[in-house]
Design a protein. Structure first.
Length: 306
């Protein structure tokens, strides 16, 4: 029995991502205040279809694509664009605050492309980040966009248990909803999307090389999981982006620069999207260098950090 406990402790060490913690009542009040503030500010954004395209033509009219989880429409029903942006920015702010090691690093995280892109599209990845903040209780939100959040659930045993409990509940409520996702990928393969930068089977070796070193660290697990997620559009990286606040200022601003390299597709063609991987790899390497200072990789990373 002791051996089993020891193995579990090795696989699920205590979470190490947060620099600071908030008591639950304080966190709720803080979040609600930020949500209200950002929602008010978002009312000045022109929701015209060019801005907030996904919100205007999909979510706001209940046209939820078949590959979204069946509980998505139940949540979206209670939202409008300002509230969606309010939740997104409030969740991002709290996630950044809890992780930040330096004010400049925190500012850098807000300048990264995934946050800007999610706001511009009116996408719901901010709800997934909100769910990651409230684990294990908010696991349904975390799974609204599971592309990388799914792997972050591996940070603690309680998160994994919550995942399986919710899967059982979801099947009891909505029936066997999994084939809808499978059938969509059959008739409209995401591999044909030019901006899908998932690596497919090529990512497996990189995942296997990084996942063990990522255990217990939600951010590192999400970065590692990105190597094997079947669909990865760059704005899906929003839940990972607050990890930039954990870096030293110089490396944080390098991450900002790298996050925009994916837009080189406008000049380089579809292959330019894959330069977005520099952002993911840079975050993982820097977090690994901080976590494992004795590994040689930290030497050249620290040269950039100063």
């Amino acid at each position: 029995m002791k051996k089993i406990v020891t193995i579990l402790d090795m696989v699920f060490p205590e979470q190490i991502i947060f620099q600071r913690r908030l008591k639950i009542p304080t966190a709720i009040v803080f979040f609600l205040f930020l949500c209200f503030l950002f929602s008010v500010v978002a009312t000045i954004i022109p929701v015209n279809g060019f801005i907030a395209y996904d919100w205007v033509y999909f979510f706001s009219v209940g046209n939820i694509p078949s590959w979204y989880q069946p509980w998505t429409i139940s949540i979206i029903h209670f939202l409008n664009y300002p509230i969606l942006i309010g939740i997104t920015c409030a969740a991002f702010s709290m996630a950044t605050f809890l992780r930040s090691v330096n004010r400049l690093s925190a500012i850098a995280s807000f300048l990264c492309l995934p946050l800007i892109w999610v706001i511009f599209l009116g996408q719901i990845d901010g709800l997934a980040l909100f769910g990651m903040l409230g684990l294990p209780w908010l696991v349904p939100f975390a799974l609204l966009k599971p592309h990388i959040t799914f792997f972050g659930l591996g940070a603690k045993k309680t998160y994994i248990i919550a995942f399986f409990i919710w899967m059982i509940i979801s099947v009891l409520i909505w029936g066997d909803w999994f084939p809808a996702i499978r059938d969509f990928n059959t008739y409209y393969p995401v591999s044909e999307w030019s901006h899908n930068i998932s690596l497919g089977w090529w990512g497996v070796p990189f995942f296997l090389a990084t996942v063990w070193f990522s255990r217990g660290d939600m951010d590192m697990l999400m970065a590692s999981g990105a190597f094997v997620t079947p669909t990865l559009l760059f704005y899906h990286l929003l839940p990972l982006t607050p990890a930039v606040a954990r870096l030293k200022p110089k490396t944080a601003f390098i991450a900002v620069f790298l996050s925009f390299l994916t837009l080189s597709s406008n000049w380089l063609g579809p292959k330019g999207w894959y330069l977005g991987w520099t952002f993911i790899v840079w975050i993982w390497i820097n977090l690994a260098a901080k976590r494992y200072p004795k590994i040689k990789i930290s030497k050249w990373v620290n040269r950039f950090a100063g």
